[in-house]
Design a protein around this ligand. Structure first.
Ligand SMILES: Nc1ncnc2c1ncn2[C@@H]1O[C@H](COP(=O)(O)OP(=O)(O)O)[C@@H](O)[C@H]1O
Ligand SMILES: [Mg+2]
Length: 1046
């Protein structure tokens, strides 16, 4: 999880609460666990108080304490449960004062400072050997590995960074009296971060490996771990291949210290770790083989024994080792053997080999072993660097970790301790320059009232060692290089001569009586900033020369072991040009380191060793007090206390915090200093919490700044919210306006569209109406452009209407829809068509009888329609075949006329010709004649041939007069009858005789023959009621009611 992610995840409020909780808990716990930051110590000038505080905390397993941002760390000598992933998460993104002091807090703050300021940093971890520097650096590295943002590629880098450590420790660390895992080389490691905070690469610089350890170890110390790891942990096959036995006691280079086995070290496990690590950092199989071949070779080399031959020269009798060396290094045995026993002397033009004495040979052998190991170590560092190299060339920021061997004092101190302690002097000098001195100088230049804190500046010691021409290094080099009989003792004399008067230098000769007792003749003593160290001068020249005989080098150049080949390149400069001495190389590499560090922001971890016995829970006051002193903690504390935790240029300070004050926000017009003054007044800074310098503000306590920073964070959120709100408002308003405009536009368009449509519709309507009117006006003109449509319309509507109003029956044939003029003709056709159609339908629907009936009716109609008044009433009365059935007729009559085929019989009233008396009779029509029948008598037979005509009136009476031809006087005359079924009877009659013209409809009076030559008259007239009577004039008067008036 990244820091950023954490910040996002945790709300500001949560954060404030957490901080408050932590502050409270640390306040209540203060008495018990001392003070977390020594700057807050009341008795800050008292070393005892500081010591008490450290002790109190140490006994509570609180090994970390701050002095401002400097971390003091005490070695607990036991595993503490405070390095878990959870702890790492706790410390992520947290300010120093928020949680109990921790190495993770420092690591995290460095990281965040790097991320926010985008610059380079380094963490200087100092303290004496065994104080916990290496552990601290590992914890920091681990913190970055776990907590930095990561990707799959970055994980790879992270793994390499992590595993490079055990490899380097295996080859460069050893058990010493001070520390079971003492770093015997200096290490500066750069971790490179890309802009998002992911670790993308690393680089290691190593400083002066203590090579002498390869061939010699003091009692109680060991050679480098890797030898023991190989012998103890190496697989059987491997050991067999390397010609090694699983027993350290077999190897001279391993048993001198007499402590090959150490309880705190598990060589077997470490071996596995190293082998695994090698594969992670890309060691090929052959590289691994060559590497272990070299380690084994060194062991074999150490076991070579020389014997003096007859002339006293060294000879190699036991060649077992030579055999293995030859195999592992790929150098012929003869060459090796010769190289180890002879030295090459160059005399003018020729080269001569001169045999070694035994002592010399041993020296040369050891020199070779050291050279081989030392160069292999450098190769290893290069190899690791290759694997850590970051290929991406974009800009990186780095955090450097400096874990260098600590100040060291043994019973016998030699050249190595001299170099190591010199290195520590230099780092102390750097520390002084970066903190105490520069701090105080800054106060002066800024014109801040300031009482200088006295501190011991170790420059005087640095000068004593490294000053050109006069310093110890110069003198040592001079002795090494000068011709003639130079020895360690001549060096001592020279030093006494040149620097004898220096207050930090002492020898047996220079010392007073009392001190002299503590010095041997071959010793010199340096009064280091961290204490006095007595060095034995023996071996200084040799070690400084680091002599490797040319012969030995040439032998190595023949090797076919890849690593040896690389380490001993054929082009190595000739020995004629002397290489730089060891100490000079070291001096310049330290100068280089100082340069590297001085371009970066420094952070410090000061490691303190609580006791010399590596025991947990033991706090040795004297020992700790001594370290507190030489580490300059008191001075640092005093400067911190007197000084200011934080400073910043007015401009920058104002720029960052101006939102916190309404007067300075958003813009301040005046000078930056005035602005800051107003700002901090608004923030309520107390006068003793800050000082105003020439160009910077100085804030005394971190908490003041933290409070300001927290306020800023809160305010930033508010501001951001406000700006966001404003911006959102602005955007929304803009959007709204746009939408509104768009809406109006759309509306306009829509309305326009609608209006246009409406107008078109109206125009269309007007056109249509006009056309309609015009059509209407011209409807009677011939079909033309003007009225075509109208007429079509008229036609259509008429036809539609007609369809709906067609007559339903034939009888309604007059109810035809009146057609418009243009349809008259068509309508007529249609009407005829339709009526014909109806008639047809009707006709098809009627039965034979009905047809017959109708034919009769039609005949009746043709005879009487419009002629006789009461005709109309008869139409609806159906005709029947006869009105008198056969059975109702007299049998006698029937017998008489039946043969003539009776067609029709009907009851009638016969009016006598004389007197016009009414008599009921039957009128029977046969095929031949009409008979008037009374009961059984046929009263009168009228042959149709003699029927002249039948008269009926035009009125509504039922009278008929049958006119007959009377030739004979006996013959009866015309018949005056009244018949209720007048129309039926007459129609039947005309049908029978097939002569309709016999019927005559008359008006007024009808004359009839009573007898031939004697006439009667019947007068027909309309009256109030139907009456028949004999009028006075002798006429028969038939009055009938007029149907017209009814
Ligand atoms: N923080 C720690 N927690 C537990 N043990 C520690 C811690 N720091 C140091 N030690 C112990 O002290 C020993 C020496 O520490 P180391 O870092 O190697 O010292 P230096 O590098 O200063 O010489 C370690 O091997 C370890 O056993
Ligand atoms: Mg170390």
């Amino acid at each position: 999880m990244t820091h950023m992610a954490l910040e996002v995840k945790e709300s500001l409020e949560d954060r404030c609460n957490r901080i408050l909780r932590n502050m409270e808990s640390s306040l209540t716990a203060r008495d018990r666990v001392g003070i977390q930051d020594l700057v807050l110590l009341d008795a800050y000038t008292s070393e005892t108080a500081l010591l008490d505080n450290l002790r109190k905390r140490f006994h509570e397993n609180l090994i970390y304490t701050y002095i401002g941002t400097l971390l003091v760390s005490l070695n607990p000598y036991k595993e503490l449960d405070m390095y878990s992933k959870k702890q790492m998460d706790n410390y992520m993104g947290v300010n120093f004062f928020e949680l109990p002091p921790h190495i993770y807090a420092l690591a995290d703050n460095v990281f965040r400072a790097m991320m926010s300021e985008y610059n380079n940093h380094f963490i200087l971890i100092s303290g004496e050997s065994g104080a916990g520097k290496t552990e601290a650096s590992k914890k920091i590295l681990h913190y970055y590995a776990v907590s930095c943002p990561s990707t799959k590629i970055l994980n790879d880098v992270r793994d390499r960074l992590l595993v490079s450590n055990p490899v380097l420790e295996a080859f460069g660390n050893a058990k010493t009296l001070k520390n079971d895992n003492s770093s015997r080389f200096g290490k500066y490691m750069d971790i490179q971060f890309e802009h998002q905070g992911g670790a993308v690469g690393g680089h290691i610089l190593s400083y002066l490996l203590e090579k002498s350890r390869v061939v010699h170890q003091n009692h109680g110390e060991r050679n480098f771990h890797i030898f023991y790891q190989l012998v103890e942990g190496g697989e059987e096959d491997l050991l067999r291949w390397l010609g090694l036995e699983r027993n350290c006691q077999h190897y001279k280079y391993l048993f001198q210290g007499d402590c090959a086995k150490v309880s705190s070290i598990n060589d077997k496990n470490d071996w596995k770790t190293v082998c695994k690590a090698l594969s992670v950092i890309d060691f090929s199989k052959s590289e691994t083989e060559h590497l272990f071949g070299i380690i084994a070779s060194v062991l074999h080399l150490g076991n070579i024994k020389f014997e003096a031959d007859a002339r006293g020269y060294a000879s190699l009798n036991h060649s077992q080792e030579i055999h293995w060396l030859s195999k592992l290094l790929g150098i012929p045995g003869q060459v090796l053997q010769h190289g180890l026993t002879h030295r090459k002397i160059e005399a003018k033009t020729e080269e001569v080999f001169s045999p070694f004495s035994v002592e010399h040979a041993m020296y040369a052998r050891d020199a070779l072993a050291k050279a081989v190991y030392g160069r292999t170590f450098n190769w290893l560092v290069n190899k690791i660097n290759e694997s850590l190299a970051n290929m991406d060339s974009s800009r990186k920021t780095v955090i450097g970790l400096l874990d260098i061997y600590g100040f060291e004092v043994f019973n016998v101190n030699s050249f190595e301790q001299f170099c190591i302690n010199y290195c520590n002097e230099k780092l102390q000098q750097l520390f002084i320059q970066l903190t105490l001195k520069s701090e105080q100088e800054e106060y002066e230049t800024e014109g801040i009232e300031w009482e200088p804190v006295p501190y011991f500046n170790n420059k005087i010691i640095c000068d004593l060692v490294e000053e050109k021409h006069r310093g110890i290094i110069s003198l040592l080099d001079e002795e090494c290089l000068r011709p003639g009989e130079a020895s360690d003792f001549t060096l001592l004399e020279k030093m006494e001569e040149k620097i004898g008067g220096h207050p930090h230098f002492l020898t047996h000769k220079l010392a007073d009586q009392k001190t002299r007792k503590t010095l041997k003749r071959g010793d010199f003593r340096l009064l280091h900033y961290a204490g006095d160290v007595t060095y034995c001068v023996v071996g200084f020249l040799d070690k400084n020369n680091d002599l490797l005989y040319k012969n030995g080098k040439e032998v190595m150049q023949q090797s076919n072991n890849g690593i040896i080949k690389y380490c001993f390149p054929p082009s190595e400069p000739d020995r004629k040009k002397r290489p730089e001495t060891v100490v000079t190389q070291f001096k310049s590499s330290l100068a280089g380191l100082t340069e590297i560090l001085s371009t970066k922001e420094a952070w410090y971890v000061r490691c303190i060793k609580p006791n010399d016995a590596k025991q947990p829970g033991r706090f040795d006051d004297v020992l700790v007090r001594h370290q507190v002193k030489y580490l300059g903690l008191m001075e640092h504390l005093r400067v911190r206390r007197a000084g200011f935790a934080y400073r910043r240029k007015y401009q920058a300070f104002l720029q960052r915090y101006k939102p916190l004050c309404p007067d300075t926000w958003p813009n301040w017009k005046g000078s930056a200093a005035e602005g800051v003054q107003i700002l901090i007044k608004h923030l309520g800074y107390k006068p003793d919490e800050y000082k105003m310098g020439r160009s910077k503000i100085f804030i005394r306590h971190p908490r003041t700044l933290f409070a300001t920073e927290d306020a800023f964070q809160v305010c930033k959120h508010k501001l951001a919210t406000r700006i966001q709100a404003k911006y959102k408002g602005y955007r929304v308003k803009g959007d709204y306006q746009k939408q509104k405009e768009a809406a109006t536009k759309i509306e306009n368009c829509w309305r326009g569209l609608k209006a246009r449509k409406e107008r078109e519709k109206r125009e269309w309507a007007v056109r249509i109406i006009k056309r309609f009117i015009k059509g209407f006006m011209t409807r009677n003109e011939p079909n033309g452009a003007d009225n075509r449509e109208y007429l079509a319309y008229v036609r259509q509507t008429y036809l539609t209407r007609l369809k709906e109003n067609l007559p339903e029956t034939v009888l309604q044939k007059d109810s035809w829809l009146t057609p418009p003029p243009i349809m008259k003709e068509a309508s007529l056709f249609l009407k005829q068509l339709f009526i014909r159609h109806m008639v047809r339908k009707y006709v098809q629907g009627i039965t034979e009888e009905r047809k017959a009936q109708l034919l009769l009716k039609a005949q009746t109609s043709s005879m009487f329609k419009g002629k006789k008044e009461n005709y109309a009433f008869s139409v609806c009365l159906p005709f029947v075949d006869t009105r008198i059935g056969i059975k109702d007729m007299n049998m006698k009559v029937l017998q008489m006329i039946q043969h003539e085929n009776i067609k029709y019989s009907v009851p009638v009233v016969k009016y006598d010709r004389n007197g016009f008396r009414p008599r009921p009779r039957q009128l029977v029509f046969t095929r031949e004649a009409a008979y008037l029948v009374e009961e059984a008598k046929i009263k009168q037979r009228i042959h149709y041939g003699s029927l002249k005509g039948v008269s009926v009136s035009n009125l509504s009476d039922n009278f008929l007069i049958l006119h007959v031809t009377c030739d004979d006087i006996k013959q009866k005359g015309d018949l005056v009858l009244q018949c209720d079924f007048l129309f039926e009877a007459l129609t039947k009659l005309t049908t029978i005789i097939d002569k309709s013209e016999v019927i005559r409809v008359v008006q007024g009076s009808v004359r009839f023959d009573i007898q031939p030559g004697r006439e009667g008259v019947v007068d027909f007239r309309s009256g109030q009621e139907s009456v028949v009577y004999r009028a006075k004039n002798g006429h028969l008067t038939v009055e009938s009611t007029s149907t017209k008036s009814r």
